[in-house]
Design a protein around this ligand. Structure first.
Ligand code: M6R
Length: 608
């Protein structure tokens, strides 16, 4: 959500902080700030808006020193104005805090601190932490932080510096990711590895409940009772080039075009063509355990929830296991039927989505085994699940998820193949699916060649105010995902619907102004969807039809046709995603929207 960066070392912290904030700007971008120890006291600079604004403030009024902490914000408490930007200072200016998450008892704490004479300058929940740490300070910053956190309810990733104990950054996490970057003669703190990758690849991921004391040449981790904790050092394996735009106008476009490679990477070394199955090293499920699964629950949010819907169809059709898809945000507030014979598949690009993490913990609490399908290596879900399948799609920076979605569907197909071959699926059918998966990167490549045509269509519809996306069977989730992409980045209202369900309500919306995108490849429900296209045409709607063959039955029904290559029905939503993503992208660009950083959204939603 928000981004945190910290530097402690022999150099001036400002350039490290700014560089880190720029790399994390995709995570939260409504305001930003830094605080440094300048040798005698703390100084802060903050600005509403993008990092460029903060940069300008720092150019006009430079500050130098070390340690330093910085933050890029996605507002929860209070509007995105300078006074609400982090860092927040304590009343006497000796403590500065940056914070991701939500302090749930901030109202009570604020009242108590006001009673002690503290004057609040912001609307944020975070400011209570700064005053509380000042109030509890008795000589060592980590003691005051631990003491303060014992009184706090909610979630946090925090970084704190103090002019009264200036040789350290104290960090703590509960529900919001943080890692220590180990440099040479200098150390770093970040909420996202991308922020420090130019300086070190050696990182220590903090766990919930950890408090880290980071000095320039050492660090230690303790828990909330001040007991020492051992944490291993991991190495970041991906490269900086993966988080740069590489000549594309936007990360989203780059990530759309990366899909032939990203899905190949998801499959690399995992497909066993001759046996028609998949090898998945990390699932930690024995043959017996796989055979014992009675039901599957898949939980996720947003785009990941859409891939889950496709996974449900895979698992029921091929592995014949009753499968349900649950919004992670709803899962733990009801009484789901989950027990030790349930497999809970948890899907998350970031591996940090608060709702998804909470759902996974709830499933575990009820005795289910959990399997995480996660893109970000070392993320919380990946570390807490019982087993997992990394997507290996590479870093996804655009807020609108694209390549992670297609890799999620691939990972679900691989897992289904493995499970189904153990249970119900013949080797012949298994081979057919494995071969179709193997051929998919080339088909995605071919679908991408349609980009110029999609761009022309985008030009025609860029001023539309509503869109309907319709699909059936495997392509209904694809329609949902197409609609989500469009609304996220273009701010056009869009709804996805099962095509046949349209006549039970949304058909009332159809008129000459309404573009309707049909995901209608030549699959087992093709003839059915043709009838739905006719229903729209009969009411004057404008049809954009994504299809895969010359079909006489479509003659006269398509105002615009987008042609995609054919594969098995079950894999068609992966191919169809390409024009859907491109259509959203080009429309948003033509409307002048900020595609990579759409308003109000954040890449990783770490609050409930
Ligand atoms: O990181 P996750 O996959 O858990 O994120 C879930 C959603 O927040 C995410 O998919 C969101 O809907 C994206 N912005 C979609 O483009």
């Amino acid at each position: 959500m928000c981004g945190i960066i910290g530097y402690i070392g022999p150099n001036d912290a400002t350039p490290y902080l700014l560089e880190g904030l720029r790399r994390m700007e995709y995570r939260g971008y409504d305001s930003a700030g830094v605080a440094l120890y300048n040798g005698t006291g703390l100084e802060i600079r903050r600005a509403a808006g993008k990092i460029a604004k903060l940069d300008a403030v720092l150019t006009a009024e430079p500050i130098t020193g070390s340690p330093g902490i910085g933050h890029t914000r996605w507002a929860t408490h209070g509007p995105p104005v300078e006074r609400n930007a982090h860092p927040h200072m304590s009343g006497d200016g000796t403590v500065a805090v940056v914070h991701n998450g939500i302090i749930e008892n901030s109202t009570v704490l604020r009242a108590a601190l006001e009673g002690l004479g503290y004057v609040f300058k912001s609307d944020t929940d975070t400011e209570v932490l700064a005053h509380l740490i000042e109030e509890l300070f008795e000589g060592r910053l980590e003691d005051a932080v631990v003491d303060a956190l014992r009184r706090v309810e909610g979630t946090y990733g925090i970084a704190v510096i103090s002019s009264k104990d200036p040789g350290k950054i104290v960090a703590a996490r509960k529900g919001s990711p943080l890692l220590i970057g180990i440099g040479e003669g200098a150390n770093f703190l970040a909420s996202d590895a991308s922020a420090i990758l130019t300086h070190t690849r050696q990182v220590v991921y903090l766990n919930d409940g950890d408090v880290a004391v980071i000095e320039k040449d050492r660090y230690r981790v303790i828990d909330i009772d001040a007991q020492p904790q051992r944490r291993s050092v991991s190495r970041i394996e991906w490269d900086l080039s993966e988080i740069e735009r590489g000549g594309y106008d936007h990360f989203m476009l780059k990530e759309i075009f990366e899909q032939p490679r990203s899905i190949e990477n998801t499959m690399r070394g995992r497909l066993i063509l001759e046996d028609g199955t998949a090898k998945l090293g990390g699932i930690n499920l024995s043959h017996e355990q796989l055979m014992k699964i009675d039901n599957i629950v898949i939980t996720a949010c947003g785009t990941s929830w859409h891939s889950a819907l496709i996974g449900e169809l895979f698992l029921e059709e091929l592995a014949r296991i009753p499968t349900e898809v649950e919004y992670a945000s709803e899962f733990r507030y009801r009484n789901p039927i989950v027990n030790e014979r349930t497999l809970c598949i948890v899907i998350s690009q970031s591996g940090e989505t608060a709702d998804t993490l909470a759902a996974m913990r709830e499933a575990k609490r009820r005795g289910a085994r959990t399997l995480g399908l996660v893109n970000v290596v070392g993320s919380t879900i990946a570390r807490e699940d019982d087993g997992g399948v990394y997507l290996h799609a590479g870093p996804e920076i655009g807020v609108a998820s694209t390549k992670a979605f297609t890799s999620q569907v691939i990972a679900l197909a691989l897992f289904t193949l493995k499970l189904a071959r153990k249970r119900d699926l013949s080797v012949v059918r298994g081979r057919e699916i494995a071969q179709a998966l193997d051929a998919l990167p080339a088909l995605i490549e071919a679908a991408l060649k349609g980009a110029p045509e999609v761009e022309r269509i985008a030009e025609e519809f860029k001023d539309a105010t509503n869109f309907l996306y319709l699909g059936r069977g495997y392509n209904f989730p694809a329609a949902l995902e197409g609609a989500l992409k469009l609304k996220e980045i273009s701010y056009i209202h869009a709804e996805g619907y099962p095509a046949a369900e349209m006549k039970h309500g949304p058909i009332a919306l159809i008129d000459e102004q309404m573009p309707v995108v049909f995901v209608a490849p030549h699959d087992s429900v093709f003839d059915k969807i043709v009838s739905n296209i006719q229903e729209v045409k009969a009411r004057g709607g404008k049809t954009i039809v994504i299809t895969s063959r010359d079909e006489p039955s479509l003659a006269g029904l398509m105002d615009h046709e987008i042609r995609i290559p054919e594969t098995l029905d079950m894999l068609m939503p992966i191919v169809a995603s390409v024009p859907l993503q491109l259509l959203a992208y080009y429309i948003a660009v033509k409307r002048g929207a900020n595609v990579d950083q759409p308003r109000n959204l954040a890449k990783s939603v770490t609050v409930e």
